[in-house]
Ligand binder design. Sequence first.
Ligand SMILES: [Fe+2]
Length: 340
Amino acid sequence: MMDGILAEKRNENDRFFLFVVDNYFKDKDLAKRVPAKPEDVIKFIDVDPHEPTTEQIDTLRDEVLSTKGLPAGVIGIGGGSIMDIAKAISLMFTNEGSSTLYQGLNLIKKPGIYHLGVPTISGTGAEVSMTAVLTGPVKKLGLKCEWTVFNQVILDPELIASVPVDKWLYTGMDTYIHCIESENGILNNAYSHAYAEQSLKLCREIFLDENAGQTAENDDKLMVASMMGGLSLTYSEVGVCHALSYGLSKILGEKHCYANCLAFQHLEDYYPEGVAEFKQMLVKHKVKLPQGISNSWTDEQITAMAQVAYNLPHMWNHAIGTDWKEKISIDLIKDLYKRM
Ligand SMILES: [Fe+2]
């Protein structure tokens, strides 16, 4: 299928494709199924040590431009981090300078090159969202604009069938949290609500009801739930959990979906029903989150995380309201981290 889609794009620019593939697949069958031609470039990227960085994107872009030229397109095959790398590098092939210059809303000046997303784990919504989240020297913030969105996406539920249960749950919970946060805030609207409502219904079927679990039918549903959760937040906003999660990722290097779960379990003050249901889902699948981890953090680390979280005003504005600065302080956020 992918071969046919790519054939009509292949003659653009310097007539080769850049494939960015999760290193996990390097010695697996999936890698052999990548329809690369001899002139194409395949980069296997290890996403385990950290989330995508601005430096990583700039280096890869400069290397490909100086050795091969401008690709006809970029194909990302992997999880949320690979989706973000493919989206970001597509934009950075046509926008000059470092990607740190473009972290924020509508700072990108030109459309990127063609990019195709093939998710192999579902939940982050990165396959449909209009942001490519990157960690830079100063901030963790997305390249967000209309051109960030993939030109095409291939959703094949067979690709997510072998995800280990804990990763399956953490990544799926990212979708669940997207919906809870999108719904609970001032930017929620009929459009974002319709997507969140449907995505939440699917999440309950996948993670909670009697037929919950990693079945082929639920894998189909999870791909759709992830997409709808991503669309819901695109037209609304995320909230308190994602703000705290960004602090955990930026300062401690925690992966996005796991960091969300670490934070969300303690946010019953903000999302009482969502947190209760989330805990039921963890119990159902016998996944335990660590407790008391903040005991090993220094006050400097907690302060630094609180500052990262506080500097995401769009999230607080949505979750708390336009007067959020009267209700949320660095000290209050530090106390939320100390609950973990
Ligand atoms: Fe997320």
